[in-house]
Ligand binder design. Structure first.
Ligand SMILES: Cc1cc2nc3c(=O)[nH]c(=O)nc-3n(C[C@H](O)[C@H](O)[C@H](O)COP(=O)(O)O)c2cc1C
Length: 220
């Protein structure tokens, strides 16, 4: 069964790319929903226009980018039926129904508008509808919110999502895993998103209980 990956219009399309690459590398199937607003962030952050009619080509190019924007950094196979794409306005799409078989949903990155929409059950597009369905079906929902600072309104929406059973995973990179490149920081966030969904990966070095690993001063 696939994971639904929802990409909303917060900054952070490299986080989505890292999650998608890791899912596919781990043999998982993906149902992809890209919000209308996220096409603007993708264009801004990568220069890629995501087109429904050419989604496979655009996805391949996107997932090939490193977090530093360099094309062709990764070679990702997006052919075949392990990746499906559903238009954000397609409210008759598979993920809009609870009877459509999926494992759960990862929203990465999640905008505050998306957080509000899911918390209030607005279902204004397929991404929000699929998230509401995920909650009502008691499936795992991971919400990688990206905004700073956070308003009281968004904080209340995040509490509502937590109460409803979602995992709220702020896109906040950590520095204890020994990051030396932007990609390491991106992979840390992507890895924590996958941890919350229970998906195995090797995206970052886990804390092993000893100080000094990040700075390379361990044992000195
Ligand atoms: C370049 C750019 C960056 C943005 N970054 C953020 C962000 O980091 N967090 C956020 O909540 N909204 C951000 N927004 C605003 C959202 O895109 C906007 O609220 C939109 O309505 C979200 O719609 P969606 O949730 O349907 O994707 C950004 C917009 C643009 C154009």
């Amino acid at each position: 069964m696939p994971w639904i990956v929802g990409v909303s219009g917060a900054s952070g399309t490299p986080y989505a790319a890292a999650v998608l690459r890791a899912l596919l590398a781990g043999g998982e199937s993906v149902d992809l929903v890209v919000s209308r607003a996220s096409r603007l962030t993708l264009l801004d952050e990568t220069g890629i226009s995501f087109r429904d009619a050419h989604w496979r080509d655009d996805l391949r190019e996107w997932l090939g980018r490193g977090a530093d924007g360099k094309p062709g950094t990764f070679d990702v196979d997006v052919s075949g039926d392990r990746v499906r794409h559903w238009g954000a306005g397609d409210l008759a799409a598979g993920p809009s129904s609870g009877s459509y078989p999926v494992r759960g949903m990862l929203i990465v990155p999640a905008s505050t508008a998306c957080v509000a929409g899911v918390a209030l059950g607005l279902s204004k597009d397929l991404l929000q509808r699929a998230a509401s369905v995920t909650l009502k079906e008691r499936r795992p929902l991971v919400v990688a919110v990206r905004e700073t600072p956070l308003s009281g309104q968004t904080l209340r929406h995040l509490v509502a999502l937590d109460d409803a059973g979602a995992s709220v995973v702020p896109a906040s990179p950590a520095f204890y895993a020994g990051a030396t490149h932007i990609q390491d920081l991106v992979d840390f966030v992507a890895g924590r998103v996958l941890d919350s969904a229970g998906v195995a990966h090797g995206l970052y070095r886990r804390w092993d209980g000893e100080l000094g690993g990040a700075s390379g001063t361990r044992g000195t």
